[in-house]
Design a binder for this molecule. Structure first.
Ligand code: NAD
Length: 345
């Protein structure tokens, strides 16, 4: 295994690891460790170039610094990328070698699943390091982050509705959900139980049929989910749901969804503010999964404590909404400022 420090201004530690035998080529990036070890997922992807992977891991690890700070967990921001096709090139040996690379940092970075990484991969990593999380332990603690992410989004949505619509009770509210995957479907379930009226869109016919059947949801095309006559729009598919085409078409008063990087451009939260739309910053509302993983790493994963921390997402969001009003600024700017106040002090 070879390692090479990459000097990156503004990031505490960025290291490339290569291992000829297993064909591992990875970068681990810790943006900031003021609050603790850099915690964040490992993404396995065939990047077009080394620079693409480096740019991705830098941005992602920086994002984790902000997410973990506002998520109230004692971790800094870290992330890793592995340059490989997760379907054709990833092997258990490669995952164990990645675990060794993580281990060599002695806990400065703690890994977890991201796109391209399965629970099996985490189990392989854990054969070489204790600094990988996101699995259920022998006592049934920890595990799948998606249901907890969905719970946090649901609570955050209630907080956003309370702020923007005068009531956090979602009964009879109309919610349009784009993306009924692991998080979107679990969110739909919470909303249905609460009595919300659902409009759903996905590219997968199977999940649409389930939502129609179980929740009486109305199905629309993926391009039209943003433009529905609803109180709340919940982007839960890929990034960039709020883009130059969709932003003009949004009729909802609240945007509260699970997807990462919902805004195609950084200033769009300001545009939404001008449109009178309350936007729940994505990295705040979707932090449930990493909060759970953080509790798992701290070794004190407990259902009651976890759900208290998830409920706190709504408290943090309310603080953000109120401060955005009092400072006449966007929710994204307030979220970043609040996070910086936490991790820079
Ligand atoms: P997933 O892959 O299980 O679900 C994504 C869903 O979106 C799928 O049903 C897919 O068919 C659908 N989709 C994909 N492209 C689409 C398109 N163009 N139009 C409509 N639907 C489309 O993913 P997930 O785990 O549910 O995560 C959803 C989002 O939430 C992602 O952006 C993810 O990064 C983010 N997120 C997830 C978690 C988590 O705990 N899983 C945590 C934080 C953030």
């Amino acid at each position: 295994m070879e390692s090479r420090i990459l000097e990156v201004d503004g990031w505490e530690k960025v290291v490339q690891f290569t291992d000829q035998e297993t064909r591992l080529n990875a970068i681990v990036s810790v943006h900031n460790s003021n609050l603790g070890s850099g915690l964040g997922g490992c993404r396995i992807r065939k990047y077009a170039s080394f620079d693409d992977g480096l740019a991705d891991v830098k941005n992602l690890s920086r994002g984790m610094t902000y997410k973990n700070a506002l998520g109230g967990i004692p971790f800094g921001g870290g992330k890793a990328v592995v340059f490989a096709d997760p379907y054709t090139e990833k092997t258990p040996e490669m995952m164990r070698a990645f675990g060794k690379a993580v281990d060599s940092l002695n806990g400065f970075y703690v890994s977890a699943p991201d796109s391209g990484v399965t629970t099996d991969d985490i189990h392989e990593m854990r054969k070489s390091t204790k600094y990988a999380a996101g699995v259920v332990d022998e006592q049934g603690r920890g595990g799948n982050p998606s249901p907890v992410t969905a719970y946090g989004v649901w609570k955050g949505m209630q907080a956003a509705a309370a702020h923007a619509l005068g009531s956090g009770d979602l009964k009879n509210m109309r919610v349009s959900i784009l993306g009924l995957g692991a998080v979107g479907m679990a969110l739909a379930e919470h909303l249905h139980e609460e009595g919300a009226k659902l409009i759903v869109a996905d590219v997968n016919e199977q999940v649409l049929a389930i939502a129609k059947d179980k929740f009486g949801a109305v199905v629309v095309g993926p391009n039209d989910a943003c433009a529905q006559e609803v109180e709340i729009y919940a982007p839960c598919a890929l990034g960039g749901a709020i883009n130059e085409t969709t932003i003009k078409r949004i009729k909802a008063k609240v945007i509260a969804g699970a997807a990462n990087n919902q805004l195609q451009r950084p200033g769009y939260d300001g545009v939404l503010k001008e449109m009178g739309i309350t936007y729940a910053p994505d990295y705040v509302i979707n932090a449930g999964g990493v909060i759970s993983i953080g509790h798992e790493v701290m070794g004190d994963w407990d259902r009651g404590k976890l759900y208290q921390a998830l409920d706190n997402i709504a408290v943090v969001l309310t603080r953000i909404f109120d401060r955005a009003v009092s400072e006449d600024t966007s929710t994204g700017i307030v979220a970043d400022t609040l996070a910086e106040e936490i991790f820079r002090n």
